[in-house]
Design a protein around this ligand. Structure first.
Ligand code: SF4
Length: 468
């Protein structure tokens, strides 16, 4: 099997893993090494369908001895299997990076033989990349549940981010749907990674010259939503506990895509619960950056997030007695709770109101939209939203706004995107467009090369004359 065939199989097999596009780590260029990473994000080339390709997201192998019901790579599925040799994958990554196709690597693996064997193969790939090929770009590696602590520690010292997928939100579901895994085999590596990160931070605080870093971009995990019966309250409570206990950078929620016929799983024909996934991300964000507790957004008595209304608006409507808030006087923490107002907007308001009394026009001048927040604020005593100030009425208005915004975000409903997309488009037309776009980009770069060379020579000449 040639490399392109392997790549097609193993990138397709990796598409169900969610990986972040913000690297979370800064690393400058280093002599003798290739690449950098920037904390803000890793965005690069665009595929034919408009996707931004940031990471080469690939499995070392899709051979797996485990039989997780929800997974396309499970051993009982009759699918094409492939495996990269560590050097092959390392050189492929380096080649893509040099050509500007990617900004980093996300590598995971099926369990080939044993968790240790799979981990060793990935570790060798990453070692070749870092030590032999001098790759200095971003690497995110998965830790395989059940792998030895030593291998996890070695991996942590080479990569930027590590993650262990929890996948299912309860022990019962894990026992039922992933019988080869146990909560312990998932949580143990998470604990090791958290410990590695903490120790490394303490050592670096003591000695600034310590260059070695352990997973500087932290760790993350993924939860599958909709494959098992857990409600949103259970999922968000678990996430909150994981953030607290393992200092996770991110919990990714992945709407379950039915890929297998299995009596334990939802029907193959049912749609991925993307609205639910979206609301979970919003609620997660509110607990991390807006000062909300999980219990304020959702409760065991009412354990599902409203899919028609975002969780912040849901909270505001349930606490309408605390609104409208006067924008010129409300504390920052309360501003954060106003639907339609984000962290940046709340900061801008706090800063601007020190200088002057804010009126509705002032908010627009600050770049803030009143569409949603108008129902929850007064500006210098005046309430500008349509009346009545009533929960049911406001809910309808917000839902109307929400559906308009969704339609616009989906391009007027012309291009529905469902499911996960493949790196290598199966349609010939799409593939050709992607290659043509890359080709055009390379040609532009080639065309710009003489100008760059000329500028470089001029700069060098100027430097030489200054030195002499
Ligand atoms: S361990 Fe389970 S989830 Fe991971 S590749 Fe194997 S079958 Fe899929």
């Amino acid at each position: 099997m040639d490399t392109i065939e392997k790549l097609a199989i193993l990138t397709d097999a990796a598409k169900f893993d969610v990986a972040c596009t913000s690297s979370g780590v800064d690393r400058d260029a280093q002599l003798g090494r290739l690449g950098t990473t920037t904390c803000a994000g890793i965005c690069h080339s665009f595929a034919a369908d408009g996707r931004c390709i940031t990471l080469l997201k690939v499995l070392q192998t899709n051979v797996c001895v485990y039989d997780c019901s929800y997974c396309v790579n499970r051993r009982s599925n009759d699918i094409p299997r492939a495996a990269f040799q560590p050097r092959e994958l390392a050189e492929l990554t380096m080649g893509f990076y040099r050509r500007n196709y990617i900004e980093g690597l996300f590598v995971s693996s099926g369990v080939i033989g044993s968790p240790d064997r799979s981990m060793e193969l990935m570790l060798e790939t990453v070692r070749i990349l870092r030590d032999e090929l001098g790759f200095n770009g971003y690497i995110h590696a998965k830790a395989i549940p059940g792998a030895s602590p030593e291998l996890i520690t070695c991996m942590g010292l080479l990569v930027d981010r590590m993650s262990v997928n929890v996948e299912l939100p309860s022990q019962r579901s894990l026992d039922l749907l992933a019988p080869d895994k146990s909560p312990y085999s998932v949580l143990e590596p998470m604990g090791l990674i958290a410990q590695g990160i903490q120790c490394n931070q303490q050592e670096r605080a003591l000695s600034r010259r310590l260059r070695e870093r352990f997973a500087p971009a932290g760790q993350s995990t993924q939860l599958i939503v909709g494959a098992s019966p857990e409600d949103d309250y259970q999922i968000l409570s678990l996430s909150a506990a994981l953030y607290r206990r393992f200092e996770l950078k991110r919990v990714f929620y992945s709407a379950y895509l039915p890929v297998n016929d299995d009596p334990l799983l939802p029907d193959k024909g049912c749609l991925a619960p993307l609205d639910r996934e979206h609301r979970l991300y919003q609620a997660d964000w509110l607990t991390r950056f807006y000062g909300f507790e999980v219990e304020e957004l959702i409760s065991p008595q009412d354990p599902w997030l409203d899919t028609l209304l975002d969780p912040k608006a849901g909270w505001a409507l349930a606490h309408l007695d605390q609104f409208p808030v006067e924008i010129n006087r409300a504390p920052y923490e309360m501003l954060l709770r106003v639907p339609g107002l984000g962290v940046t907007g709340a900061k801008r308001i706090c800063q601007a109101r020190r200088q002057r009394t804010l009126r509705p026009e002032s908010l627009r001048k600050l770049g803030l939209s009143l569409k949603r927040m108008q129902y929850f604020i007064t500006c210098d005593g005046s309430y500008k939203a349509p009346l009545p100030f009533d929960g049911e009425f406001i809910r309808k208005q917000l839902q109307k706004e929400g559906s308009k915004a969704n339609k616009a975000a989906r391009g007027g409903g012309k291009r529905p995107l469902d499911g996960q997309l493949s790196l290598i488009d199966s349609g010939d037309e799409g593939r050709q467009r992607a290659f043509a776009a890359q080709e055009a980009r390379l040609q532009r770069l080639e065309a710009a090369r003489p100008r760059l060379e000329a500028a470089r020579s001029q700069l060098e000449a100027a430097r030489r004359s200054e030195a002499s």
